[in-house]
Design a protein around this ligand. Sequence first.
Ligand code: NAD
Ligand code: ZN
Length: 349
Amino acid sequence: MRAVVVSALDTYSLTQRPDATLLAPTDALVKVRATTVSGSDAHLIAGHLGPVPTEGFPLGHELVGDVVEVGAAVLNLSPGDRVAVPAAPWCGTCARCRAGQIQLCLRGGIFGAGPAFGGLGGAQAELVRVPWADTCLSVVPDGVSDAQALTVGDILSTGWTAVREAVSTPGQTLLVFGAGPVGLSAVHTARLHGVAQVITVDTVADRLALARTLGADHVIDPSTQDVAAVVASLTDGRGAQAVVDAAGVPATIGAWAAVAAVGARIAMVGMPAGPVEMALGALQMKNISVWTGLGDLGHMDMLLAMIVAGRLDPAPIFTETVPFDRIETAIAQFIARKPGLVKQLVTVG
Ligand SMILES: NC(=O)c1ccc[n+]([C@@H]2O[C@H](COP(=O)([O-])OP(=O)(O)OC[C@H]3O[C@@H](n4cnc5c(N)ncnc54)[C@H](O)[C@@H]3O)[C@@H](O)[C@H]2O)c1
Ligand SMILES: [Zn+2]
């Protein structure tokens, strides 16, 4: 099979690898229909998440595909099923899974992220072995496109989780920092949480335009506007009762206290590149709660049902479609932050 492999620091290629195979009776083998490139891939290639192992590793953690083979213990899936795959599979039975912390499964890992993250196969490939298939895979209903299904295993779940953690009651104003794939997913899923008004903050005009398409009522560019003043004017001076930070940079973290209302909840899903200084006292004096964490991937069926029902359509997050044999260029353009590019739908087979 062909797969993208990171072979050394800053070095990756689409290359021939042995076919993925079943290793356990609870596994399914999935033939990839579509995959994509993410910021984590860029960080892994650049060695920001640890040194690249000498043996290299396959890349990619977002995919939708068709089941081609199942292990003897897989009861709910059959060859031919089209499935959405979570970026981080979980066993469902370890202490953390039983406590609801499936993102941090003791036996789990992240697809295509190297031995430090479980040594699983990569999604930027023709075949992927998925462990605990009955637990993790969601059959994609008819009427859901591959592009839509591709979002539920990572970005849409992460955006949805962030909004769930930020919004405490319907009718609130939600402010989302960052209009990348994760922030746009938060904007788009806000409607599922009864949000009255969505405000999005980003410095990139076409991303703000996309945020409007996906459900933002107001957009703010901090390079030309005073974010706190605009938020105050949109909230009768109160501030936003719910805040999602999907940028995770010092500038957005530093703005939390000024934009959040008294008693607000802030959900931080952006991953800061390093330690960040923050004025915790200013948050404390407004009774503000901060939640941080990973996207909860245990609600893929619900998100797929919302897509079927026409309540969600995350497809516009994909700003271009690329065939698999052009994926090396796609990765390079993603890393170089090609203007206008938000997310690529890479069609594999
Ligand atoms: N917690 C999780 O489970 C999880 C899952 C996936 C991704 N992430 C993280 O979420 C973050 C967002 O991911 P993404 O794929 O959307 O990345 P992205 O880089 O495409 O999006 C970040 C956005 O923030 C904007 N931004 C930068 N500085 C800003 C500022 N000062 N004010 C407002 N906006 C600003 C950028 O223009 C960009 O649009 C990343 O840090 C990523 O690592 C977390
Ligand atoms: Zn587990």
